[in-house]
Write a protein that binds this ligand. Structure first.
Ligand code: ADP
Ligand code: MG
Length: 684
């Protein structure tokens, strides 16, 4: 066997290109659009005496080396002393190369930048940046950019690569002058040049805060590219065929007649929007937003009956087994009496049950299928899938949603996505620019708003007494155990301990326990007992977060509320206030709380409006965290900030529409520039 040949190491320039590519900087335009995160002011030079008065701040000085020496105590280090006419400064380097020592040999003139410190032997800097210069060497006349960098990429290298790219790109402005003037935007080239090399006198504050007009231009361009690409994707989708679900027929009318309530105005409006979409020959992509308890399920069911009435199947997918089961039970209780075969499919079914369900789905006998992501596994084939409904869509990845969409036989099924985590308007406009959005902005009548109180953990005993009192009045309560992110086992332990403790503290009450590790059947037994009123108190982990619907429960206790996300607290709180009784939510917290935690809990006390909570949550946390890791990776904006740049988002959206209809060539040019720089704005 021939010995494996040793690979020659790649040329240095190639390795640099690789490193740049790792940062997504593989084209000249990408380099040019790699903008500084901050600047260093190297336009000023202080004398050593002046610098000596500025301990703690970063300064630039110049001096001649009078001594350069390796010391070994307290640890090995290079110690360099420089002086000018006014004083002396010690430079310390704990890690250094031999070449550095020769660069800083006695007699050399050094320009040094670093933080001034007061050392035992006098003024000093640790690990300053150092450059050998000739006497009288000119100072830069612009602030020096500091770029986001990756491993092994020095600022010097990035600066060089970017400066070179700037000499090669086509600077033509992608926006026509008239449009720029109308919007008050800077031209492209001066904006970009200014951001890379701000002239003296440019406001460093405005640059750092990204309020400078040059930044505004970049943000607008970025948002416009995103809007354009999403609108294009939407248009492309319209080219795909979808089954025309034209018939609002017998089954739909029978369901409406059988419901124990009539639809709210908001439900009717939203249902009208969905109906119109389903009758179109291209796939619906609609996001149905509605606060917890606003009644999304029935709208979903009525969309499903329209598909069934039109001779197609519908599928409803939920992120967790407990939520899927809730849907299944509710919808089956509506549709089974009307003669509809509703199939149930999750991963935890026995093999035989799974096969049986699959057979009914494949033959088309099952008209509606409810389940978890087991629905999108490859071995499930639908006979005639016309509509896919995805609950809590933000919990699924895009890929998962797409798989279900591809289960249509000769056309793409319509998609209805539901979310009880209301997404603020700006966020919806950017992240879901390719979706139609319907909002149920009204709760069914007869609900009483939940009163929320913050209670310090020390007063837990009073809270237990309160649970007791509520139970004596015939009401039921939830007790949600703290979220322990690091360890599911620990979370389980806490729930078990809490259950034991509350059972002991409330000997005359029946206390149940539900958590994620229970088998589905066990879970259901407990939930059923609670729903039938056989349990006074249900101790739970966050498994009850979504969907659980027990109208008689009117007290919710959440321990360590400070550890939960706001939308999660809102979801949990939504489990009460579902009946006529006045409901209370007690948020137990462990003090002392930091200012952010205080503000977050205050929001929960001040409002029960999920949209308002989402908006304020976004303001505190920023969109990346708000959407969670799954979403934020997709279309993260680099420059624009959805909270502070709302106005720009709206502008970009309007202009995108305008350009696509009246100046498509401008849209093309703009997209080409920005997509060439970053490809993942384009989403499916
Ligand atoms: P969510 O939007 O949180 O999914 P659900 O669909 O679970 O809300 O509805 C919450 C509760 O309100 C359910 O018990 C449901 O049957 C009931 N409901 C839905 N619509 C109405 C209505 N128009 N009038 C009265 N009750 C309704
Ligand atoms: Mg729901």
């Amino acid at each position: 066997m021939p010995a494996p040949r040793k690979k020659p190491s790649p040329p240095k320039s190639l390795r640099t290109a690789d490193k740049l590519a790792r940062l997504g900087l593989s084209s000249d335009m990408a380099l040019v659009l790699h903008l500084p995160m901050r600047y260093e002011d190297e336009t000023q030079l202080l004398t050593l005496r002046e610098a000596g008065l500025r301990h703690g701040s970063t300064v630039q000085v110049e001096g001649v080396v009078v001594d350069c020496d390796v010391q070994y105590r307290p640890r090995r280090q290079l110690v360099v002393k420089i002086s000018d006419d006014t004083g002396l400064l010690i430079l310390r380097f704990l890690n250094f190369y031999g070449s550095q020592a020769s660069l800083m040999a006695a007699g050399k003139r050094l320009r040094v930048r670093g933080e001034m410190r007061h050392g035992f032997f006098g003024d000093e800097m640790v690990h300053p940046t150092v450059k050998a210069v000739d006497e009288g060497a000119p100072l830069p006349d612009a602030l020096t950019p500091v770029y986001p960098a990756g491993e092994g990429l020095s600022q010097a290298l990035l600066r060089k690569a970017i400066a070179a790219a700037m000499t090669r790109i086509d600077w033509a402005d992608s926006l026509p002058g008239a449009l720029r003037e109308r919007l008050g935007l800077m031209p492209f080239e001066p904006a970009v040049r200014l951001l890379h090399n701000p002239p003296p006198g440019a406001s460093e504050g405005a640059l750092l805060e990204r309020t400078h007009p040059a930044w505004t231009r970049m943000k607008f361009d970025e948002l416009l590219a995103q809007q354009l690409s999403m609108k294009r994707a939407q248009a492309a989708r319209r080219q795909q065929g979808a089954p025309v679900l034209a018939s609002v027929g017998e089954l739909t009318h029978a369901l409406l007649a059988a419901l124990p309530f009539s639809l709210t105005g908001a439900q009717q409006r939203v249902l009208g929007e969905v109906r119109t979409d389903l009758q179109a020959p291209y796939p619906m992509q609609r996001l149905l937003q509605g606060d917890v308890g606003s009644g999304k399920t029935v709208v979903a069911a009525l969309a499903a009956t329209q598909a069934i009435d039109s001779g197609y199947q519908a599928a409803l997918m939920a992120p967790t087994e407990i939520l899927a089961e809730q849907h299944f039970r509710k919808i089956a209780s509506w549709l089974a009496p009307l003669g509809v075969d509703v199939a149930w499919l999750t991963g935890s079914l026995k093999k035989r049950e799974k096969e049986e369900a699959r057979a009914r789905i494949e033959s088309g006998r099952a008209r509606l299928v409810v389940g978890t992501h087991a629905l999108i596994q490859h071995d499930v084939g639908f006979a005639r899938l016309g509509l896919v409904i995805v609950d809590e869509q933000h919990r699924f990845g895009v890929a998962q949603r797409l798989t279900l969409r591809n289960k249509g036989v000769d056309s793409v099924p319509h998609q209805l996505m539901m979310s009880a985590t209301p997404i603020p308007r700006t966020l919806a406009m950017t992240y879901y620019a390719d979706l139609e959005v319907s909002v149920i902005d009204e709760l069914p009548p007869g609900r009483t708003p939940v009163v929320t109180r913050l209670v310090a953990q020390e007063r837990r005993d009073e809270v237990i007494a309160r649970v007791h009192a509520a139970a004596l009045e015939g009401r039921q309560a939830y007790w949600v155990c703290p979220l322990i992110e690091e360890s599911e086992a620990l979370q389980l332990q806490t729930a078990t301990d809490t259950h034991a403790l509350l059972t002991a503290a409330l000997p005359d009450l029946r206390v149940g326990l539900v958590h994620g590790r229970l088998k589905p059947a066990e879970k259901q037994t407990v939930m059923d007992a609670f729903a039938r009123g056989e349990l006074h108190l249900l101790v739970a982990t966050t498994v009850i977060e979504v969907g659980v619907d027990v109208p008689n429960a009117s007290l919710m206790v959440i321990e360590h509320a400070e550890r939960f996300g706001l939308s999660q607290l809102h979801q949990l709180r939504g489990r009460v206030g579902r009946g006529a009784a006045a409901s209370v939510c007690l948020l137990l917290f462990q003090g002392p709380l930091g200012p952010v935690a205080k503000e977050r809990l205050a929001i929960m006390r001040e409002t029960t409006d999920g949209f308002e909570i989402a908006r304020r949550d976004l303001a505190i946390r920023g969109p990346g965290e708000f959407l969670g890791a799954r979403q934020s990776g997709q279309a993260m904006l680099r420059f624009a900030d959805l909270e502070t740049d709302q106005w720009l988002v709206e502008q970009a959206r309007n202009i995108a529409q305008e350009l696509l209809s009246s100046q498509p060539a401008v849209a093309d040019a703009h997209l080409a520039r920005w997509l060439g720089a970053k490809e993942d704005y384009l989403r499916v």
